[in-house]
Design a binder for this molecule. Structure first.
Ligand SMILES: NC(=O)C1=CN([C@@H]2O[C@H](COP(=O)(O)OP(=O)(O)OC[C@H]3O[C@@H](n4cnc5c(N)ncnc54)[C@H](O)[C@@H]3O)[C@@H](O)[C@H]2O)C=CC1
Ligand SMILES: O=C(O)[C@H]1OC(=O)[C@H](O)[C@@H](O)[C@@H]1O
Length: 282
């Protein structure tokens, strides 16, 4: 397959391009950032412009859409303005990518949503229930999360109107070996991980989830949690729940260090088997 990878020069994009190339796919990196030695594997495009998205996806059989931004609040005295810029950039780019896919008759757009659509950092409200899974209400607390939730809404429209089968992958915080080495320094302050329930996902496993989502047999728009099966913490999950989530209902028995973000649906629908844990590296 010939696959356009938006945000292909970014951190996850580079891993996805390598994963797809390793499985015999042709890739085109679509990015607003310039790439030295531009060639057939790269198209520069600012996806906030529809015509640029349409040009960039010409000739692709499928899309992995990773391009997004989080504008730092410190860019302005009024953080609401930075929030608006983040929302507009991401919601518009995601609309444009879906619309460009419709123009070219591309059915499968695999794209980066986020764990944050379900409420992290949980400053406004606690989770409704744990572990988090696809049955939890979508309750974004930030404009970045709102832009991802809007993308999930757009995906349903494009599935309904054009028969597309978009797959939203709700990545947890993406980490790699370098970051695993730094983890022990946070163990004295377990409260720091509460904002996303001590969850993470390995970069290489994320790349595999994108590849599998390109060919999984799915109907309509799908959204899937993508998190490692274990927590980032050295403390058992039951202890974390007692200490930091005592008021949140827990819907089932959990393993000793089991994640509070459940990816069982991705395991079932994609055949995704997250293979890498910080516990093997530290
Ligand atoms: N890194 C993480 O922990 C998580 C990331 N995500 C999502 O995964 C995706 C990829 O994330 P990363 O690789 O970490 O980000 P990154 O910042 O390393 O890469 C994003 C890429 O998108 C490009 N880009 C931004 N705006 C663009 C535009 N208007 N047109 C074309 N290209 C544009 C950037 O130049 C960059 O190369 C993003 O959608 C992000 O929201 C979701 C959950 C967790
Ligand atoms: O890129 C980031 O840092 C953020 O991206 C996301 O969408 C993750 O879900 C969030 O928890 C990360 O903090």
């Amino acid at each position: 397959m010939r696959i356009a990878v938006t945000g292909g020069l970014g951190r996850i994009g580079r891993a996805v391009v390598a994963e797809l190339a390793g499985h015999g796919h042709d890739t085109v990196r679509v990015d607003v950032a310039p790439m030295r030695g531009q060639g057939p594997g790269y198209r520069r495009a600012d996806l906030r412009e529809l015509w640029q998205a349409v040009d960039a996806l010409d000739g692709a059989d499928a899309v992995v859409h990773l391009a997004a931004t989080g504008v730092p609040d410190s860019h302005t005295l009024h953080p609401e303005l930075a929030e608006g810029a983040t929302y507009t950039a991401n919601a518009t780019s995601t609309y444009n990518v879906f619309q460009a896919a419709a123009v070219h008759g591309i059915d499968r757009v695999v794209w980066a949503s986020s764990e944050t659509v379900l409420g992290p950092p949980f400053r406004i409200a606690d989770p409704v229930q744990l572990p988090l899974d696809e049955t939890h209400p979508v309750r974004p607390e930030t404009s970045y999360a709102l832009s991802k939730a809007m993308g999930e809404g757009l995906a349903h429209h494009f599935a309904h109107r054009h028969g597309m089968t978009p797959v939203a992958l709700r990545f947890s915080v993406v980490m790699d070996e370098e970051e695993y080495a730094a983890l022990p320094q946070y163990w004295a302050e377990p409260e720091r991980g509460r904002w996303n329930l001590w969850s993470y996902v390995d970069l290489a496993d994320v790349a595999v989830s994108c590849r599998l989502a390109l060919t999984a047999e799915l109907v309509g728009a799908t959204a899937l949690m993508i998190a490692a099966p274990d927590t980032l913490s050295d403390r058992p999950t039951a202890e974390l729940l007692d200490a930091f989530c005592e008021k949140v209902p827990v819907t089932r028995a959990l393993g000793a260090f089991e994640s509070l973000q459940c990816s069982a649906k991705a395991v079932e629908l994609l055949g995704w088997r997250p293979a890498r844990s910080w516990r093997d590296a530290v």
